[in-house]
Write a protein that binds this ligand. Structure first.
Ligand code: EPZ
Length: 422
């Protein structure tokens, strides 16, 4: 695994380009299973999770081509094995997204239970219960989900007990290929779900209500054989850059964004005192830092609420605010592991259940720290940038899972970061 050695404090300047969205790319890549002809993708980010997804598709029999320079991926979905094995799915929980397309297209799937991860147990019971309502027989044995369509896939009404992003995505795949109408209630409204639905609609699917809690899918399959899709920008990476600009008190221009997907994030940072101009139709964010930041009360929530994937980043920035802030993590049961690492740098944070209380401002002092989960690792890099002295962030594999060479982009803006093998 690699580690990053960060010399701080760093003042950055210049322009940065946001890469394609990981959480859009993954469901769109798995959607290739629904097609007979090749599917072409543009703007695929260079991430470990993309490597893992292509590996999973290859193990199913697909041929894949990935031009890592241009960001183009071509999938030839010649599926022969309807299996997503544990050794790949354990690396990336989104492997559960193989379940819906395999069931929808081939009527069978053997997909490893993803297992938990650092941020929580991450069950998939809502996925399974929903598939059963569409006539899929599902057994869970020896760590695998065995799904078989006996007869036909028939649309039905599904009420998700809790908003689930990949659960909604799995039911979009299946609803499109089922007979009759599938109605999803309490569906996820995340832009990544909308991007998948809009792609399926462009291929002939009849879907209404995308971006709302009620999605109606009229089955009947897809019409297009060899589609092309461009991955939209990563709203979480864009939000991470806003946090970095404000925390390091740098003037940054962030390009290739879509600010319409970031309203709650931009509102929070503006409320702190950051000045964020939306230019070029919202594709560029121009960030002006402030010398003083105000404390906030933040609660994570499903879209369009404040995203849990931005919780660690804003919590770190709030360590610089003048006064007491509180952050409530309402989505995952264990998503404060970054707090202990931030405390090693001098942060004054107390965690009580799912509420973190932050006293600021503090002066961070560099120290060795360890990444634990994908988004938390970005907040630790951010913390290293605002710490006096040297900070070594180990287990940076977590960062590379979700951010395309964040360290290289930071160095181009003036950061002093060295990547070392550990
Ligand atoms: C997606 O995960 C994202 N991953 C996560 O991003 C993101 O944090 C999460 O949505 C919430 O926005 C991808 O899109 C690949 P959920 P997902 O199903 O779909 C509970 C990142 O860093 N739940 O919306 O797995 C679950 O435990 C990742 O890129 C069940 O109980 O999350 C959680 O508390 C981290 N049973 C809540 O629902 C289920 O069957 C939301 O989970 C499904 C979910």
């Amino acid at each position: 695994m690699d580690a990053l050695i960060i010399e701080g404090p760093s003042r950055l300047s210049g322009k940065v380009e946001v890469s394609g969205s990981k959480n859009s790319a993954l469901p769109l890549l798995f959607a290739s299973i629904l097609f007979d002809g090749k599917v072409t993708y543009e703007n695929i980010p260079r991430l470990w999770d993309i490597e893992t997804t292509l590996k999973l598709l290859e193990l199913m029999g697909c041929r894949t081509e990935w031009n890592k320079t241009s960001g183009q991926v071509v999938i030839f979905p010649e599926v022969t094995k309807k299996v997503a094995p544990y050794d790949q799915v354990k690396k990336m929980r989104a492997g559960i997204l193989a379940l819906g397309p395999l069931v929808a297209k081939y009527g069978e799937a053997k997909v490893s239970l993803p297992g938990g991860c650092a941020i929580g147990a991450r069950p998939v019971n809502y996925h399974i219960e929903a598939l059963r309502k569409l006539g899929v027989s599902v057994e869970v044995e020896e760590g695998y989900i065995h799904a078989t369509v006996k007869g036909k896939l028939v649309g039905n009404e599904i009420l998700f007990p809790e908003v689930t992003v990949t659960g909604t995505e799995n039911l979009l795949y299946v609803g499109v290929m089922a007979e009759g109408v599938t109605l999803l209630q309490n569906a996820a409204c995340e832009p990544e779900v909308v991007a998948l639905g809009e792609f399926l609609k462009s291929c002939g699917a009849k879907i209404t209500g995308l971006g709302t809690p009620t999605i109606k899918i009229e089955g009947g399959g897809l019409k297009t054989s060899s589609p092309t899709v461009v991955i939209p920008p990563d709203r979480i990476e864009a939000g991470t850059w806003v946090a970095i600009a404000l925390a390091t008190r740098s003037f940054l221009e962030i390009n290739h964004c879509d600010s319409s997907q970031m309203t709650s994030v931009l509102a929070a940072f503006r409320q702190m005192g950051g000045k964020i101009e939306e230019l070029n139709g919202g594709t560029t964010l121009k960030v002006t830092p402030s010398e003083k930041y105000s404390p906030l009360h933040i609660e994570t929530a499903p879209y369009p609420g404040f995203p849990t994937d931005m919780q660690a980043q804003i919590l770190t920035t709030l360590c610089l605010a003048e006064g007491r802030s509180t952050v409530v993590e309402s989505i995952f049961e264990n998503r404060f592991m970054h707090v202990a690492e931030l405390q090693r740098l001098g942060a004054k944070i107390e965690v009580n259940g799912n509420v973190a209380t932050i006293e600021g401002p503090v002066d961070f002092q560099g120290a060795p720290i360890m990444a634990t989960d994908l988004r938390a690792s970005a907040c630790l890099v951010l913390a290293g940038l605002i710490s006096k002295g040297t900070t070594r962030v180990s287990r940076i594999y977590h960062l590379d899972r979700g951010y395309q060479r964040l360290d290289e982009k930071l160095c181009r803006l003036g950061a002093k970061i060295t990547r070392v093998a550990e």
